[in-house]
Design a protein around this ligand. Structure first.
Ligand code: GAL
Length: 671
């Protein structure tokens, strides 16, 4: 929340999506009473209200929204007022059937759900800007409105549309990227391959379903286009809101999830006054606390400081095959873990559990069971917790370690026709993030071309695609004295997905002091033993490659398989720094041991020298004080050296703070 337009809601904002239009108005008074009881300070309203706000084209009915905003204001609750553009009404699609999205296989999808519109549809853009503009004009001066919530989760259900309108928009985007030079596109895409050469821009289509694999660069440019196309809708709406209300900050809720990779948020975040995230637990993730932390650290990095958690859940969601409920205390730990990593607002989907509609089995702050429920009790408690943490707002996390995160690299890695179809960017990043999380080491995420000078250690767990600038930036960091570690199959291709010739890992051969002449991906289930400076039972999966050392020293070797005796992990000292290469995916214990050694090279210390197992440790730094967050995931409780005041209980801390089993402590440490 570093923009000039900041949120004028005090402390750590607290609330959720509020959909009063789904309820008779008699219920609203109870909503207000209970929101006050829970300490709710802001709610997100109007997100899916288009059909009620604009019953027919150009005819607005704001009476209900007037009453909602007045009521919120009378109760001292701020509104994050949404443009309802994620759910166009049925009348819109009947009038503009060409705005329905078409999938890869050419099927036109129907309305009757949400986000079924083509991002390139001119009719959709016009209609969205009209309703956004009308809302902005009507409510720019309304005292309840503290923030604009543009759309909802861009691209969640319609990240790509393959219709003819989208094809035309794609061509316009390509003409801009290749400065109207079709030969440049042909060279960038390598279209001499399989007779794909284009003689006319009109020949170019979206990567619709084909029998054999499509061209990789075509697909990569398509991903870039799809992200930019939605971003242009977002900034157009934002601008119409700003015209009417120049001082009200605008956000749109991003989504950093393992299952969502459609948008390049490095391009999105700078367009937002406040960066916000939606994060949900996957029921099949046994360590979702790590996923929360990774997502939160990435958000703080995108925001360049504090941010908001715009959605998470009090309990189970309703969109996974089986939806796991949260364990006792888990919701509180989840929420406070986000605060620990820079969230200055904690929100849920949604306030009141729905009676009807596709999300009737989704948890909420106020469950179907009402206030006589564990969830309600926990929601009230969390409100009090956040109130007690008000002074934490604005403080940030200082990290000495950066992990390179790049959406181009992610998209390219997961294209078909790779040496292995088993490579998943976020899993590979999480592998390396996990030991740092366990050790309580703060981490930022950075682009490959970021200013790295403030870091001691930079990790690139997976950077298949990198341009020359990014590669030189990372190499320069190591040469100037930093410690760099690079994961397998990195540096392999340039920004056009063209292989760097002369051996792998392409762009990083020199800085790593290695040269690989052949890749040996492992089959699912296949394991190789590792020897050398690794634990006795070290093993690896997923990947191996035949490395020749040019100037690096070996740290570990493959012990079996066709590469037995060749290096699997190497260390090099280019210039005045150190550069590690991990040419395989070591088992978690081995990776953790390696990460400890890599950290030693970089002299990176954790927040606590020896954190008990399962204790998440993060420090937020403020102007007058630091805030030590201690979150017990192991259920064992902990005694931790600290001095100051424990904010959740208000008790002074002299020498040691007790973290209750499964609980949280936050110690204000005065400077
Ligand atoms: C989000 C969405 C919300 C709600 C929620 C359910 O993706 O923004 O509107 O659907 O998921 O988990």
């Amino acid at each position: 929340m570093t923009s000039a337009r900041s949120l004028r809601v005090p402390g750590i904002a607290y609330g959720g999506d509020y959909n009063p239009e789904q309820w008779p108005e008699e219920v609203w008074a109870e909503d207000m009473r209970l929101m006050r009881e829970a300490g709710v300070t802001m709610v997100n309203v109007g997100i899916f209200s288009w059909a009620l706000l604009e019953p027919s084209e150009g005819v607005y009915d704001f009476a209900r929204m007037d009453r909602i905003l007045d009521l919120l204001h009378a109760n001292g609750i701020a509104a994050d007022l949404a443009t309802p553009t994620a759910a166009p009404p049925a009348w819109f699609f009947r009038a503009y059937p060409g705005s329905l999205p078409v999938d890869r296989d050419g099927r036109t999808l129907s309305y009757g759900s949400r986000q079924t519109f083509c991002p390139s549809s001119p009719a959709y853009r016009r209609a969205a800007l009209c309703i956004a503009g009308a809302l902005a004009e009507r409510y720019a001066e309304h005292p309840a409105v503290a923030m604009w919530h543009v759309h909802n989760e861009y691209g969640c259900h319609n990240a790509a549309c393959y219709c003819d309108t989208s094809a035309a928009a794609f061509r316009i985007w390509l003409r801009a990227r290749y400065t109207d030079d079709l030969d440049a596109l042909n060279h960038a895409w390598g279209t001499t391959f399989w007779s794909q050469w284009y003689y006319d821009w009109e020949e170019i289509l979206p990567p619709r379903a084909t029998g054999a694999p499509p061209n990789p660069t075509h697909q990569l440019d398509w991903r870039r286009f799809c992200s930019d196309e939605l971003l242009s809708l977002c900034t157009a709406e934002r601008d119409s809101l700003r015209r009417a209300a120049p001082d009200i900050p605008a956000t749109t809720n991003l989504m950093v999830l393992r299952t969502f990779d459609a948008l390049d948020y490095w391009r999105w975040a700078p367009e937002l006054d406040i960066v916000s995230n939606d994060h949900y637990l996957m029921s099949d993730d046994p360590e979702s606390d790590i996923d929360i932390a990774l997502s939160a650290d990435l958000m703080r990095s995108l925001a360049g400081g504090p941010w908001m958690l715009m959605e998470h859940s009090t309990g189970a969601v309703n969109w996974q095959p089986v939806n796991r409920a949260k364990h006792p205390g888990e919701m509180r730990r989840n929420a406070l873990a986000n605060v620990a990593r820079g969230a200055d607002g904690i929100f849920f989907f949604q306030w009141r559990a729905a009676k009807a509609g596709a999300e009737q089995w989704h948890s909420a702050m106020l469950p179907h069971a009402g206030t006589d429920s564990r969830i309600w009790h926990d929601v009230v408690r969390l409100g009090a917790d956040l109130d007690a943490l008000a002074e934490v707002r604005g403080s940030t996390v200082d990290a000495q370690v950066a992990i390179v995160w790049d959406w181009d690299a992610r998209w390219a890695l997961e294209l078909p026709s790779q040496p292995s179809g088993e490579l998943r960017f976020q899993d590979l990043v999480r592998d390396w993030y996990t030991p740092l999380w366990r050790a309580g080491v703060a981490v930022d995420f950075v682009r490959p071309d970021a200013d790295l000078d403030r870091y001691r250690l930079v990790l690139a767990p997976s950077l298949y695609l990198v341009d020359a600038t990014g590669a030189a930036n990372l190499a320069g960091f190591a040469e100037r004295g930093g410690t760099l570690a690079v994961g397998f199959h990195s540096g392999a291709v340039d920004e056009n997905c063209h292989v760097r010739m002369g051996g792998y890992p392409g762009a990083f051969r020199d800085v790593l002091g290695v040269r690989t002449d052949e890749l040996f991906p492992l089959l699912p289930g296949q394991t190789l033993r590792l020897t050398g400076q690794v634990p006795a039972d070290a093993s690896a999966t997923l990947w191996s490659e035949r490395i020749r050392l040019t100037s690096a020293e070996p740290v570990a070797f493959f012990a079996d398989g066709p590469l037995a005796g060749t290096p699997a992990v190497t260390r090099h000292t280019p210039g005045s720094g150190t550069a590690w290469y991990l040419a395989t995916r070591p088992d978690p214990a081995t990776l953790s041991a390696l990460m400890d050694r890599i950290r030693k090279d970089a002299d990176v210390q954790p927040v606590l020298s020896a954190a008990p197992h399962g204790l998440e440790v993060v420090r937020r730094s403020g102007t007058d004080a630091d805030y030590l967050f201690l979150i017990d995931h192991a259920g064992a409780g902990a005694e931790v050296p600290a001095d100051g005041v424990e904010l959740l209980t208000g008790k002074p801390v002299c020498g040691t703070v007790t973290v209750p089993a499964g609980g949280v402590a936050v110690v204000r440490e005065p400077h």
